[in-house]
Design a protein around this ligand. Structure first.
Ligand code: SF4
Length: 375
């Protein structure tokens, strides 16, 4: 039986080497991989085709230059990084790339995609709550078109049975991820923030049932581990993603433990299951219209603040730290509303900026140090 350390090392190996994970999958299965652009995609359709869905979340990359020919300097940091990687040929071995286009930057990216892999663009309905049934029908139709295009590109047929099985596989993985996050919150001194992140990030580059099997083993070990004394501050983090490891190290340096996250790369992608439905495409559509708490899933009632405030209460957290992706318009537009909701609920909070182009984290360090002293 593996130890916690050994299992985490395996997750880290995948999270740090997505290309190797993809090559290994190709060798094992004889199938390929499909790129999944942030932020939300019915990945189950790719899984049901037998291909490996690969998250495309950019990378810490200084000296972004080529991307500037295609994106304005005020496009968000993660897409600058993805564009640069694309122009470097990093995504050329993918068999297709799937784009949802909920923000202006992603719309531009989908129109300027120059990679070798054919692209599939689809739209999530945004008028989700006022006309629920119409939104479901629209989303289902978009997913049906996506499925058809994927079948044509990959020359495969995706059966209803395979898609239902993939939904079940994904729901099981989501449950294991939620349990992992909760177990880490119960014993915050046990797992470092970098390791928590690596375990969750690896799910973007692994066949999900494999990730689930390893994660269940890890969860069992964490559940039976001794409590490690922890006297720091417990925080809930929100944003698109929280990287690189240097930033997580600074969190730890000033005694912060992440007891829950509301990150698009992490919990927002496994917070809820896909419901059961005789029609699996409709099940996926219903999951989108029921999804809440992200600036990319429009809801005029703005439930994200309540979701975060409830997480603070549930996990006995000291504060919320909003990790704002540099130049992410949708998240920036929602931030003033969040501030009002935090003030009304008496929730202490801080904002830091996430920039995939920087190599200097002194501003983040200063803000986290000051905040830890304030708390
Ligand atoms: S949601 Fe924000 S971070 Fe994501 S692509 Fe759009 S602007 Fe960039």
């Amino acid at each position: 039986m593996s130890t916690i350390k050994e299992l985490i090392a395996q997750f880290r190996e995948v999270a740090d080497n997505p290309k190797k994970a993809m090559d290994d999958y190709k060798k094992e299965t004889g199938k390929g991989a499909v790129g999944i652009m942030p932020v939300y995609c019915p990945e189950e359709i790719v899984h049901a085709a037998g291909y490996l869905p690969m998250g495309m979340w950019g990378a810490q990359k200084k000296n972004i230059s080529k991307a500037r020919s295609f994106l304005p300097p005020f496009a968000c940091s993660v897409m600058q990084s993805v564009m640069e990687l694309q122009l470097d040929g990093v995504y050329d071995e993918l068999d297709a790339v799937i784009f949802s286009v909920p923000c202006d930057t992603l719309k531009c990216m989908s129109q300027k995609w120059k990679g070798k892999a054919p692209q599939i663009v689809f739209t999530h309905p945004q008028n989700r709550k006022m006309a629920m049934s119409a939104a479901n029908v629209f989303a289902r139709e978009e997913y049906a078109i996506l499925k058809q295009k994927l079948e044509d590109i990959l020359d495969v047929r995706i059966s209803v049975k395979a898609l239902k099985n993939s939904i079940a596989v994904y729901n099981e993985n989501r449950a294991a991820c939620r349990e992992f996050s909760d177990l880490v919150a119960e014993n915050p001194g046990l797992i470092s923030l970098k390791d928590r992140h690596a375990v969750i990030k690896a799910r973007w580059f692994m066949e999900k049932s494999r990730h689930t099997a390893m994660l269940k083993e890890l969860n069992d070990l964490i559940r039976s581990a001794d409590k490690v004394p922890f006297s720091g501050k417990r925080v809930v983090v929100s944003g698109i993603l929280l990287e690189p490891d240097e930033v997580l190290d600074i969190f730890e340096e000033f005694g912060f433990a992440i007891v829950a996250d509301d990150l698009a790369q992490e919990t927002r992608n496994f917070r809820q299951d896909v419901p059961e439905d005789a029609d699996p495409l409709m099940a996926l559509a219903k999951a989108w219209t029921a999804f809440d708490g992200c600036s990319l899933a429009t809801d005029a009632d703005k439930p994200k603040g309540d979701i975060l405030i409830n997480a603070v209460k549930k996990y006995n957290a000291d504060a919320v730290i909003v990790c704002m992706m540099k130049f992410c318009d949708p998240e920036e537009f929602d931030y003033p509303i969040l501030l009002q909701q935090f003030a009304a609920a008496g929730v202490k909070n801080l904002q830091i900026e996430i920039d995939q182009e920087t190599t200097s984290f002194e501003q983040v360090r200063t803000r986290l140090q000051t905040f830890s002293e304030v708390l």
